[in-house]
Each structure stands twice: as C-alpha cells, then as structure tokens.
Design a protein around this ligand. Structure first.
Ligand SMILES: CC(C)(COP(=O)(O)OP(=O)(O)OC[C@H]1O[C@@H](n2cnc3c(N)ncnc32)[C@H](O)[C@@H]1OP(=O)(O)O)[C@@H](O)C(=O)NCCC(=O)NCCS
Length: 189
C-alpha cells in the first residue's frame, strides 16, 4: 500500500451498491492514471446551477497533482475510483489551516460512507502536517453537502456573497482539524 494510504473494511450498505460490492475502500494519494475517472466524477457531481456549472477539468487535476502544497486523495473500491478530496495545506496561515477545494463521490457510490472516509483521511493527514483547522466553501443550495459537512463538525463562519456568480452565494465553513473522537460516523468496522 502506498505511503499515506489507508483501507477500511465495511462500507455502509447502499442500495446503489449490491451486497456483492460490499468490499474494502482504500484511500490513497491521487495519481496521473486517476485523471480520466476524476473528470467523469466531476461532471457527475458538480455540473449544477448553484456552482455555475463549473467543474474541474483535466488541467486543474494535473495542477493539483504536481502542487506540493496540495493534499489530493482518492478512494477506490476494488480498484475502481470511488471518490476524491483535494485542497491546500496552508501552514503559513494563522492558525495553520488546510482548505478543502473539492470533495466528491460518484452518484452510484454515495451514501455508503465513502465521503466520510475521505474527509476523515484528509483531516487526519493535514493534522499530521500541522494544520489546526480545516475550512471549505459550500453553496447553501447544496443541501446534501451542507448536511454532510455539518454532520462532520463544520460550522458556518460567514456568507460569501456572489461567490459562485451573480446571486450564487457561498458559505465559508470551518472545523477543528482533529475531531478524531467525533468521527463516529465513518463506519469503521
Ligand atoms: C457530499 C458528498 C461528498 C458526500 O459523500 P457520501 O459518500 O455520499 O457521504 P456519506 O455516505 O459518508 O454520508 C455521511 C453523512 O452525510 C449526510 N448525507 C450524505 N448524503 C446525504 C443525502 N443524500 N441526504 C441527506 N444527507 C446526506 C448524512 O448526514 C450522512 O450520514 P448518514 O448516512 O449516517 O445519515 C457526496 O454527496 C457528493 O459527492 N456530492 C456532490 C459533490 C458535492 O456537493 N461535494 C461537496 C461540496 S465541495
């Protein structure tokens, strides 16, 4: 298993994942060979009005891959891409912080605990690199995203007016980096 990788057994049952697919999720650093799949996940997850139909493209993912300050993790289920999380670790900030630029799980893999595993791994690794808080932006209209981050201890810091475009506001959210004890919903075996 590559450095930084971790595996969990016991993905939560999901009607979209058959019983035969109830297998181990691996979290590992993203690699160039993941990019084709990542672009597809982006289109499936972010081609929506409240993000002004903005999606990361191949060049964006290539940038993140080579950026030394970015933590970029993917989840795989039996070797197949099942989600990603990425964002910069900014230890020069006060307090030292990491920022989640994006996190996504393809629709057919959602609500099975994979996003929670990705978030948990991201937090754990940025914490090890010295971050004290994790921040992110989310669209208020993204009710599932809001529910997801709120469940994981993120709280609204302030509203970002017209952040995604005219009339498309954002919310800045933040959480302490080390919430290990409250990550009860990462469905560890
Ligand atoms: C947000 C996202 C990453 C969550 O990933 P996931 O693997 O489906 O999330 P999990 O299965 O770990 O869910 C954890 C919790 O989030 C909340 N949640 C997730 N999906 C939900 C849904 N469809 N409805 C309501 N709450 C939901 C729940 O509180 C859930 O806990 P529970 O299942 O015990 O009730 C995924 O929905 C996604 O990719 N969305 C599109 C992209 C996006 O909006 N990203 C966030 C903005 S950057």
């Amino acid at each position: 298993m590559p450095a930084g990788a971790a595996a969990w057994q016991g993905v939560k049952e999901n009607p979209g994942i058959g019983a035969e697919d109830h297998r181990a999720v691996e979290i590992r650093p993203a690699q160039a060979r993941d990019i084709d799949g990542l672009v597809i996940v982006e289109q499936q997850c972010f081609n929506v009005y409240y993000y002004a139909f903005y999606t990361l493209d191949r060049r964006d993912f290539e940038y993140y891959l080579q950026d030394a300050d970015t933590l970029f993790l993917v989840a795989t289920l039996d070797g197949r891409l099942a989600g990603y999380v990425l964002g910069p670790v900014e230890t020069w900030r006060e307090p030292p912080a990491a920022h989640i630029d994006s996190i996504a799980v393809p629709p057919e893999r959602q609500r099975a605990g994979i996003g929670s595993h990705l978030l948990h791994a991201f937090r754990q690794q940025v914490c090890e690199r010295g971050s004290e808080i994790v921040t992110l932006e989310v669209a208020p209209a993204n009710e599932i995203g809001l529910a997801f981050f709120t469940k994981h201890g993120f709280r609204k810091v302030h509203r970002l007016r017209n952040y995604y475009g005219k009339g498309l506001h954002g919310l800045l959210m933040a959480a302490p980096c080390d919430l290990g004890h409250s990550e009860t919903d990462t469905k560890q075996p």
